[in-house]
Write a protein that binds this ligand. Structure first.
Ligand SMILES: NC(=O)c1ccc[n+]([C@@H]2O[C@H](COP(=O)([O-])OP(=O)(O)OC[C@H]3O[C@@H](n4cnc5c(N)ncnc54)[C@H](OP(=O)(O)O)[C@@H]3O)[C@@H](O)[C@H]2O)c1
Length: 293
């Protein structure tokens, strides 16, 4: 009988990193009012940082800031801004400086997504996603960089893996995220000599998020027909752990990198034989293999 399919555990960053690695640090996070970026913010606060979360919906931001403060014992404040509007981002940065006096870490995570074919996508819809994801990332970096230089801090841009291949109905997001990766790489080389690092986290399909709802109609973690090397969809703690590591001193020599957090799914070309059955039980495809098992 073939061994059962391994499922990667879901672990919390506090099982690996000390509680106080971010003591005295300040995080500025666009998209921090919900989903993945809220989870990253919570993890970074649990290790001692205060935070400012940025988004357009004031009510949701305020509720999330309160929840994050209560859960972590640190301070999180909301700053309403649209990342497409440099002026509103500058105001959010100003609010951060007035409250905390500095910015050490920035997560550029605000994004929009929907499914649409190129043939049916309007120019406006395409432009909107580029404006939120790509221009929004640029605007966020531009508004924060004097402060991040001062603190010799670090950036994480939240991208995707969609653009590594041709993902149908995602031309707009793929183009936008390719731009995000490029901005982060350039930022790493321009700002490295000032002591600033920049890396990208590229989530796989992440359970319980808006992105997952849009792309798959909320598949569960054990969805039929889903397979990847580590056996499950991405979970928010997987991404939060990556963010904690990349901001931590342990990553002080890592910059200009793109880190897919997708259980190895991006590398899988399993269309020719059943996966993972064929690697758990090679005898099931004996006829295709040379050599002894
Ligand atoms: N979920 C996935 O499976 C997946 C996979 C790959 C990559 N990602 C990436 O991960 C990040 C988080 O995604 P998520 O699924 O967690 O989605 P989400 O909960 O919808 O997060 C997106 C956030 O961006 C904010 N936002 C959108 N437009 C904005 C604007 N113009 N100005 C300021 N804030 C804006 C939203 O807040 P407001 O609406 O209040 O503005 C929201 O908090 C995104 O960068 C996404 O592309 C997700």
């Amino acid at each position: 009988m073939a061994p059962s399919y391994f499922l990667a555990p879901i672990v919390d960053s506090s099982s690996t990193f000390k509680d106080d690695i971010f003591k005295g640090k300040v995080l500025f996070c666009t998209g921090g009012g919900s989903g993945i970026c809220k989870g990253m913010t919570e993890a970074i606060m649990r290790h001692g940082a205060d935070a400012v979360i940025v988004g357009r919906k004031a009510d949701r931001l305020a509720a999330s800031a309160k929840e994050l403060s209560e859960k972590t014992g640190k301070t999180c404040i909301p700053a309403q801004a649209d990342v497409r509007d440099p002026k509103s981002l500058k105001d959010a940065v100003q609010k951060t400086i007035e409250r905390f006096g500095k910015i050490d870490f920035v997560i550029c995570g605000a994004a929009g997504n929907f499914m649409a074919p190129i043939s049916g996508l309007s120019e406006n819809a395409f432009r909107t996603v580029i404006e939120i994801d790509t221009l929004g990332t640029y605007n966020t970096i531009k508004a924060t960089i004097p402060h991040v230089r001062k603190s010799k801090g670090a950036y994480i841009c939240v991208s995707a893996t969609l653009h590594y291949r041709g993902t149908p109905y995602q031309a707009h997001v793929s183009a936008a995220k390719a731009g995000v990766d490029a901005i982060s790489n350039a930022l790493a080389t321009e700002e490295g000599p000032w002591g600033v690092r920049s890396n990208v986290i590229a989530p796989g399909f992440t359970s319980g998020t808006e992105g997952m709802r849009v792309m798959s109609g909320n598949k569960s973690n054990t969805a039929d027909g889903f397979s990847n090397p580590l056996g499950r969809f991405t979970e928010i703690p997987d991404l939060a752990n990556a963010a904690v590591f990349l901001f931590s001193p342990a990553a002080c020599y890592i910059t200009g990198q793109v880190l897919p957090v997708d259980g190895g799914g991006e590398h899988l070309r399993g269309d020719f034989f059943p996966y993972p059955q064929s690697v758990l039980d090679p005898s099931s495809i004996q006829k295709l293999l040379k050599g002894k098992l």
